[in-house]
Design a protein around this ligand. Structure first.
Ligand code: SAH
Length: 275
């Protein structure tokens, strides 16, 4: 940490802002994993809060920034076994704030990108709880930088779409014609279990089978791995590589730049390119 920064004073400022007896909730983005990607505001709030309610995706190293005396509550949420139902999490946040606590609701990435931050904020607002949202680096941005895959590039992509590949009942209900357009990058969150089906659907809706695509596992973390290929072979390559979640899929011409630019990703990440 920078010794020029007066950390105790920063934290004190945060504490002074609290009105005694009035609970409040900060919905805070924790970034994709590497704690270096926390915002300064997130670090301050973690160091000042009374309670942290955190998700499955929050890296353990990030929790090192939580004030030692603060209570830590795990709210879970892994695909197919939600540790705490969303309604219970909402009720917990409301209760803690009503008890007068300063709560940090810590979420992986950014709270407003596939993070249910909007739902939690609506619930808190409906109960008249003081709250504020603190953005975080969303997985697409963090992962792309660390893997050396620019999400836009004037030669390859003028647009970037973030979509969720979480398929209800195994059926894909994405807007396929929009996803197969040329000169754009598509980032698919939560898509690993449906990867083969997603790649097939993209080709069936007109994407060239040799369109580059990659899966990045554990992006920005020391175990980061990148498996790159094409829509035709990515699912097989990924199955053979035995990747560990969380995984993000990036589709588009920009993936070709990974070979050239991967070495500029942060030193913490090791990439095992399988191209
Ligand atoms: N709010 C989060 C996204 C939550 S959805 C954000 O803004 O990033 C969870 C999905 O995010 C995972 O299934 C995965 O697709 C992606 N993800 C989150 N962290 C990741 C990481 N470190 N590496 C790769 N993918 C990640």
């Amino acid at each position: 940490m920078n010794s020029m920064v007066d950390w105790p004073a920063l934290i004190e400022g945060e504490r002074e802002r609290a009105r005694p007896g009035r609970g409040r909730v900060h919905l805070v983005g924790a970034g994709p994993g590497d704690p270096e990607l926390l915002t300064l505001r997130a670090v301050r709030l973690l160091a000042a809060c009374d309670v942290v309610v955190y998700d499955h995706l929050v890296a353990p190293e990030v929790l090192d920034f939580v004030r030692p005396g603060a209570q830590r509550i795990y709210a879970g949420k892994e695909r197919d076994h939600h540790t705490m139902p969303q309604g219970d999490i909402n009720a917990l946040l409301v209760r803690l704030a009503r008890e007068g606590h300063h709560v940090v609701r810590l979420k992986g990435g950014d709270p407003f990108v596939f993070g249910r931050g909007g739902e939690e904020l609506q619930e808190l607002a409906a109960h008249g709880i003081e709250c504020e949202v603190v953005p975080g680096i969303t997985a697409a941005c963090g992962v792309a930088s660390y893997a050396g895959i620019p999400l836009t590039h004037r030669d390859h992509a003028q647009a970037c779409l973030f979509v969720t590949g979480h398929l209800k009942d195994g059926t894909a209900n994405l807007d396929w014609p929009a996803l197969v357009r040329p000169r754009q990058t598509v980032v698919i969150y939560m898509g690993l279990s449906g990867l083969a089906q997603i790649c097939r659907q993209l080709v069936a809706h007109g994407a060239p089978a040799d369109r580059p695509a990659a899966v990045v596992a554990q992006g920005t973390l020391p175990g980061q791995r990148v498996v790159a290929g094409t829509l035709a072979d990515l699912a097989d390559r990924v199955a053979a590589a035995g990747l560990k979640s969380p995984c993000l899929t990036i589709v588009g011409e920009v993936v070709r730049l990974h070979d050239e630019l991967a070495r500029f990703g942060a030193a913490a990440a090791e990439t095992g390119a399988a191209r």
